[in-house]
Design a protein around this ligand. Sequence first.
Ligand SMILES: Cc1ncc(COP(=O)(O)O)c(C=O)c1O
Length: 401
Amino acid sequence: MAVSQKIRAFLSEASWIRRMFEEGEKLRAVHGPDRVYDFTLGNPEVEPPAAFKAALQRLAANPIPGMHRYMSNAGYEETRAAIAEVLAQDTGLPFRAKHVIMTVGAAGALNVVLKAILEPGDEVIVFTPYFVEYGFYVDNHGGVLKKVPTGQGFLPDAEALERAITPRTRAVLINSPNNPTGVVYGEGCLEGICRVIRQKEKELGRAIYLISDEPYAKLVYDGARVPCVFHFTRNSVVVTSHSKDLALPGERIGYIAVHPEMEEADLLIEGLIFCNRILGFVNAPALMQRLVAGLQRERVDVEGYREKRDLLYNHLVSLGFEVVKPQGAFYLFPKSPLPDDVEFVRLAQKYLILVVPGRGFGQPGHFRVSYCVRKEVIVNSLPAWTQLARELGMEKSPAAS
Ligand SMILES: Cc1ncc(COP(=O)(O)O)c(C=O)c1O
């Protein structure tokens, strides 16, 4: 067999988004690309901010000698210092360059953190629904993914977390704003999680890290704020990237920030830098490091995303779909009107609407709609959603009223 049994099993289990995308390709070939409403991918359609292009042009016009060479595995000191300065301003904590490690996106950052902290068999807790890659990343480093259901509004439930923590728990991995729900965890929610973590750390006599995956932190609406996890537990790291906030997912640029007051911060940082090297990342992309250093206060047009969210959210709710209103990221995670989410997704394809079944995120009975698409795609899809609701006999669909 060309691949291991494990990878073979992963291939069949992990392919929901890819499968939906491939089915979309077939539909596009038959109906034409403009008639298919593809809401499957989390690949931003917007362009990076103008400041990015300007910085890129400046760098190309004034190349720095040696700018394509290897560097420290942690990244350029200037970039790390620029990010640390912003973190210090925003958190009031004594961040310095050494607390920031540049990585190959948030995905690279997560792998580096997990590689550095996990013993074989250590458990990493996630809340369902969750970004499905977490399971593979945890497995990459010999860990075991432990799924804990969320409560009302897809918010983590502190009591469920308390029950799930065991002497093998090494980390709790959270993601806010969340993929796939778009939900933002407020201060009360974080306090609940961290109270349990701090209490269990005492009880079990070992550190339990809070890993906060925050690539969507700057994509928030309606005045929502993403609270800073560093204020809730010292054993915390933030992993993030500029894939979404600067719309640079193909450039693979992100970082890890380690709480400056963590007891063993220096040892963890040393381990993270070493893991960046031995995982084969070696260092984060050099040119991108130069560029993002000066763009820490920039972000893409968030108002445009809010408008798209409102268009789709309001229409789905008017048709009778049950949806938690997301305050961030660019996803909706409605309840499937059919008990079987895959059956629903297939039915939606009849109307050329492509979405991903909730089971692809560990939560069957829902579906994910990614609205990081052109506004016309959303506008043009609205009648198709209405027809779909009508076929399902949904209460509030115009046909039923
Ligand atoms: C929740 C979450 N974490 C991490 C990532 C990986 O992002 P990156 O492109 O920075 O590796 C994604 C990408 O979609 C994501 O949705």
